[in-house]
Design a protein. Structure first.
Ligand code: PSU
Ligand code: MN
Length: 305
């Protein structure tokens, strides 16, 4: 067994030369999007990062080895139906590596590995958060705890309204994680551009975001959350959204789903019950986040500090 990271050659040389690198997670591919769309999205995410002038590094654990920057064959493996990949949060990395397993990494798992590799900017779709009813279930995603202690920048479209958004924002505040709205004053709700909850800080371009991130680094070891609303033309109809949400929550209760299965089961419900509308929305927002993350990584690399 080795706990060493396997950093793909292209990623390693970019890091060595101070060129911008953007980390991408794999749970959204293996557990969040259906095949073969997931592979298409995986390729397009990497293309968006390259087109913006950075090197993409999709992250997963394969056969007990944390891989930073999946090869085309590895990307295909992660997206393959029935690949049997576990969903790996930070608590799962030790067991997966120690036992020689394979799994896709969540925001928590990806951020932790990316930071170890020296990659500070990471793009995803939605962040995990405080689940509705958490006062009883204690279901609070480890994504929040990792943002509290890992110096990462997570670019996402907020959290889904299947979560308790107000409580999620409180936990981020408690953990000294600045939440930035990109060209918005309101925290986005994934399929919808706004949750109705204000963000504390707003930035209007990547340069401003980079200035905030660089300054934050001087005072704190926590991460930064840069929230980017779904593009207007891809926003989901609110009535459809509300119906899917109510039905999805009822299904969770009926089927007794809990723990790490909650998010994948809800996503699957959204995808089938909307006839694919939610998949289009998901794809549009994650590509848009990869584009912004790339701009921020480029702006950070261009700074002198
Ligand atoms: N939200 C999404 N799509 C996703 C996830 C969240 O819209 O694919 C995934 C991410 O990998 C996130 C994880 O880090 O679910 C959070 O899961 P949990 O709530 O079990 O921590
Ligand atoms: Mn959970």
């Amino acid at each position: 067994m080795t706990t060493e990271l396997f950093v793909h050659g292209e990623v390693a040389s970019a890091l060595r030369d101070g060129h911008p690198v953007v980390a991408l997670e794999s749970t959204i591919l293996s557990h969040g999007l259906p095949h073969p769309r997931n592979l298409d999205v995986a390729h397009r995410l990497e293309q968006v990062v390259r087109a913006g002038g950075a090197v993409p590094a999709t992250i997963a654990v394969l056969d007990g080895r944390p891989v930073i920057g999946l090869s085309p064959a590895e990307l295909e493996r992660v997206c393959r139906p029935g690949a049997g990949l576990d969903k790996l949060s930070l608590r799962d990395l030790g067991p997966a590596v120690g036992l020689g397993r394979s799994g896709a990494t969540t925001v928590a798992g990806t951020s932790a590995l990316a930071a170890r590799a020296g990659i500070g900017v990471f793009a995803t779709g939605g962040l995990g958060g405080v689940h509705l009813g958490a006062a009883q279930s204690w279901d609070v995603s480890a994504d929040l705890g990792v943002l509290a202690k890992v110096p990462t920048v997570v670019v996402c479209s907020g959290v889904k309204s299947v979560l308790d958004i107000a409580a999620t924002l409180e936990v981020l505040e408690t953990n000294s994680v600045p939440v930035l709205g990109y060209r918005t004053d309101e925290f986005p709700a994934f399929y919808l551009r706004s949750s109705g909850h204000p963000v504390a800080w707003r930035v209007d371009d990547a340069k401003e975001a980079a200035a905030v991130i660089a300054a934050h680094r001087a005072y704190a070891d926590s991460g930064v959350l840069l929230t980017n609303p779904i593009p207007e033309e891809s926003e989901m109809d609110r009535a459809l959204h509300d119906r899917l949400l109510a039905d999805g929550l009822a299904k969770l209760r009926e089927d007794g789903v809990h723990g790490s299965d909650v998010t994948p089961v809800l996503l699957e419900h959204f995808h089938t019950a909307s006839g694919g509308v939610s998949i289009d929305a998901n794809e549009a927002l994650v590509l848009n986040n990869a584009k912004l993350a790339t701009e921020v990584a480029v702006a950070l690399a261009a700074r002198e500090d």
